[in-house]
Design a protein around this ligand. Sequence first.
Ligand code: NAD
Ligand code: 4PL
Length: 244
Amino acid sequence: MAETEQRVALVTGAAQGIGAAIAEELAEEGLKVVVTDVNGEGAAKVAERIGGVAKTLDVSSPEQVAAVVGEIVDELGRIDVLVNNAALVPLTPWADITFEEWRKVMSVNLDGLYLVTHAVTPVMGKAGYGRIVNIASNTFVAGTPDCAHYVATKGASIGLVRALAGELGRLGITINAVAPGIIASEGVLAGPHQAGFEFVVPMQAFDRRGLPKDVAPAVAFLASEKAGWITGQTLVVDAGHTRN
Ligand code: NAD
Ligand code: 4PL
C-alpha cells in the first residue's frame, strides 16, 4: 500500500463552485486533495490546477462510492478529511415537485451523504482520526421557499451531524456542518436561484454577493487538526443574513 505523510482530503462535487473553492483552500493548507465529481472532466481540471488527484464519483451510486473510497485507500493509504459538498440545488415550487424530482434530490443530497460517510468512517475509525464537514445551507434556518425538497435534505445533513457526533467521537472523528447563504457559484449563476441575490443581499451585513471563496475558510478550519474540540455543530456562513 502506497502511503503518504500528507493529510488526505476527499471533497465531493468539487468540479466547480463551493466544492472547487474548498478543494483549493485545503490544497493551499498543504493537504493532498482528492477532487471528486460526477463531472469527471471538471474534477480533472480542478485537480490539475491545485495539484490534487481527480476521481469521477456520483455520490448516489453505491458501486462508485465503494470503488473510489477503495482506490483512495489503496493509492494514498488514508482519508483524514471528508467534505460532503455534492448536491443538487433546485428551485421548484412545492406544487410542481413531482415524486420523481423529490426522489432524485433525495438520492444525491441524502443517499449520497449516507453512502460516502458510511464508506469513509471505517477508514477514519481504523486510523483513530477524522474530520467530516457537511455542506448544509442557511435555507434550513431561513425556511427559503420554492425548494422544500432541498431544504429538507439540508436539515437532514444537520441532523446527521448531530446524530453521529457521539458515535464518531468515540473513534476520534469530528463531524460538523457549514451552512452557507446564497453564493455566486457556477450552479447558482446558471439558474433561477440568481434572482435571490436581489432579496438576500439587503438582509446581509455586507453589501455584496457571497463567493465560493467566502465559504472555504470555515470548512478548512473545521477540517483542521486544531478544531478537535468542536463536533456536532453547524457554522452559518452567510454574511449575517440569518442570525441563529
Ligand atoms: P454547483 O451546482 O455550482 O456545483 C455542484 C457540483 O456538484 C457540480 O460540480 C456537480 O457536477 C456536482 N454534482 C451534482 N450531482 C452530483 C452527484 N450525484 N455526485 C457528485 N457530484 C455531483 O453547486 P454549489 O452552489 O457550489 O453548491 C455546492 C454545495 O453548497 C451544495 O451542497 C449546496 O447545497 C451548498 N450550498 C450552496 C449555496 C449557494 O447559494 N450556491 C448556498 C448554500 C449551500
Ligand atoms: C439563501 O443553499 O442558502 C439560494 C440556493 N438562497 O442554494 C442555497 C439561499 C440558495 C440559499 C441557497
